[in-house]
Design a protein around this ligand. Sequence first.
Ligand code: AMP
Length: 402
Amino acid sequence: MEYKTIKDLGDLNGKVVMLRADLNVPMDENFHVTNTARIDRTVPTIKELMSKGAKVVVVSHFGRPEGKGDMKNSLSHIVKDLQKALGHPVVFVDDCIGPKVEQAVKAMKGDEVLLLENLRFYDEEKKGDEKFAEELVKPADVYVSDAFSTAHRAHASMVAAARLRPAAMGLLMEEEVNALSKGLNDPKRPLMAIVGGSKVSTKLDLLNNLVKKVDKLVISGGMAHTFMKATGINTVNEANSLVQMDMIDTAKDIMKTAKENNCEIILPVDVVVSKEFKPMAEHKTVDLEHIPAEGWSLLDVGEKTIAAINKQLDETKTLVWNGPLGVFEMKPFDNATNKVAEHAATLTQEGRLMSVAGGGDTVSALENAGVASKLSYISTAGGAFLEWMEGKELPGVVVLKK
Ligand code: AMP
C-alpha cells in the first residue's frame, strides 16, 4: 500500500487519536437520523483504534451551517446513534477547538469516545486554514482520516491537520482507496466503463480520462443522444429528447481520442421512446432508424442494447460504472439500468468480474435495481468518487502517502 494505514502508526496505547470521519448523515425535521450508514461505517475504525488502547476523539462536518451555534447542524443530534452503533459511551463537546476540548480530552475515561462539534462551524475549516488546523490537532498525538467522501476538498481537517501529526487512513478510507485502485489504477483487463446520466457537459473530464484508460466505454442515458447525433444519427431529435447541440464537436473529439487510445465506444443500437415524461407513459422500443420524428422522447435504451452491453460484460474483468442507462426514477424506464446491473451483479457473485460503481445518482439507481450489495464496491463518496474517476489526485488522500 502506498498510503499510511493504522498499522504504520506504531504503538497507540494511551495516545490521543483524532479521527476525521464523515458523519454527515441525513436527518428528518425532528433531528432523527434517517440513515445510519455513515455512522455504522465509521465504527470499525473507532473500535480498531480503541482495541489498540487509543483514546479516540472524533471530528466531522455536518450539513451546511451558517456559522457557529446553528443548532440545526449540530453533531449533538447523532450522539445517541453513534453510541448505539459503537456500544461505548460517547461524550459530546460543543466545540471542536479550545479549552473545553482540551479539558474533555484530559477527563476521558477508558471506554469513552469523544465527539466534537461540527468542524464547519468555523469558516476556517473550508478555507484550509493552517492556524485552525493547529488548534484542532492540539490535544491529539496522532491523526487518522476516514472521510474519503471529503477527500477531494483541501479543507483544514483533511489536509493541514494531517500534516501536523503522524497521520494515516482509517479502515474505511483504506477499503475505499483499495477498491478504487483495483478499478482504474491497477485493473485486471479487459476494463470496461459504463457512463450514463443526463448531460455530456457535466462529464467531460470523466469521459476524457476514461477513453485513455479503459478498453471499452459504454455511453448510455441522456448523454448518449449527443454522441449518437455526432455519429450522424439524425433521427435523434433535440426537440423531444435530451441532446446538447453545443457538445456535438466535443463528443466527436472524445470519440477521436478514444480511437487513438484503442478504446472501443459502445453506443445504443435501439431505444425506448415515450409519449410523455411520466411513469408508465405510453412507450415502445425502436431501432435508431425508426425513432418517430415528432412527439416521442428517448427515455431508456432497448433490449438489443442491453444484450450487447451484457455480452461485453461477459468478456470484461473489471467494470467501473457511473450514471444510469435511462430515466431510472420512473418505471418502466429503469429497465436497462436494472438488467445490466443484475448481470454485473451475477458475474461479480460468480467471481468473474470486479465491479466498482458510484457517484451522484448511481448509488440510488443500483439500490433501485436491488444489487447494491452484490457488486464488488459501491462508493457513496459522490464528488470524491467522480474526481477519482476523472483521474484527479484527491488532496485528502495524497497527504496520506508514505
Ligand atoms: P447524472 O446526475 O448526470 O448521472 O444524471 C442522472 C440523471 O440522468 C437521472 O436523473 C436520470 O433520470 C437522467 N437520465 C438518464 N437517461 C436519461 C434520458 N434518456 N433522458 C433524460 N434523462 C435521463
